[in-house]
Design a binder for this molecule. Sequence first.
Ligand code: PLP
Length: 385
Amino acid sequence: MDAVQAPIIPVIGEFIRQTPGTISLGQGVVHYGPPAAAIEAAAEALGDPITHEYGDGAGAPALVERIEQKLRDENGIDVRRGSRVMVTAGANMAFMHIVFAITEPGDEIILPVPFYFNHDMAIEMAGCKTVRVQTDAHYQLDIDALRRAITPRTRGIVTVTPNNPSGAVFSEASLRAVNALCAERGIYHIADEVYEYFTYGGVRHFSVASIPGAEAHTITMYSLSKAYGFAGWRIGYFVYPAPLADAMSKSQDTILVCATMIAQVAAIAALDVGRQYCEPHVRELGDIRDIVRAELSTLAPLAEVPAADGAFYVLLKVHTRHDPLALAERLIREHKVAVTPGPAFGMTDGCYFRVAYGALQKQTVTTGIGRLVGGLRALLPAGAH
Ligand SMILES: Cc1ncc(COP(=O)(O)O)c(C=O)c1O
């Protein structure tokens, strides 16, 4: 565990607690809760004895069936072509199962940088090695660099689209290229699609597992945490090649046994409400994103914000030699605004901050961004960085 990076969110959280009145653009959460139908279903389930018992490891059959239908209708993934679904306590747990199932200690998994920090942590915890591969200036995938990073120990390449922390939506062509590369080299393409509904300006999300033949080497993770305001209910799921079923059930049985029964009942009701539940929220986030980008663009040439068409993040590049964690602490203590420093996402070369705008109302985000812009200008006066 000493080799694993410490989670950054609690560190920033502690600075925030010590500085009352801080606006947090730190944690990646949404500001809304689950659909009313999900809460009603959970309330009803309290009286059902099944709620209090262990359930199927793969997930409650009714939920698995509902998920399979969703995968078919929305993602173009037909599980009858040789895939299985497993319900987990969130997509983080799905990733842990995947790492255990496809690696031996010492194996490598490729993460395009910037990466989602818990992916890096899970890989290292399993005794494997994260191989970091840079993306381009717009945080898009660099296929040649990914190809060059593959070694005999590589077991998979992870893509997170829409991306945490950059907000980038990877192009369909680049995702197809990664998927083909994985097929060619006999490794897995691990696709994190937890932000699938969060795209803006008409940009479309593409699920790689919909490519005919991809089911044999593609594992895709989803979550209800963001789309349905379900973070505390801990429900995620993933779809994976059937030959991995034994390995997945060993991991699931050891770590979780089964996802919380009442949360699974709530999840069925949420999926019945469907993606339309989060659409108005996504539209609202789109407006907030426009404000965030417009305000941050006034920081040029001190800082730049590459285009980001998805999730609810932007990754700000600040042209300074200052240490990002020290700067993040000063932004909190002196300017009452919190952002997440880049090293947590593997951005160690330069000064980057993730700005998360999903957790707050429009007015609060606007005030927070104003503080961030003012704070960076005050801390990094022109010519002095
Ligand atoms: C890219 C990505 N994957 C997975 C997760 C984990 O989600 P869950 O709450 O389903 O574990 C998150 C949460 O922030 C995330 O950003």
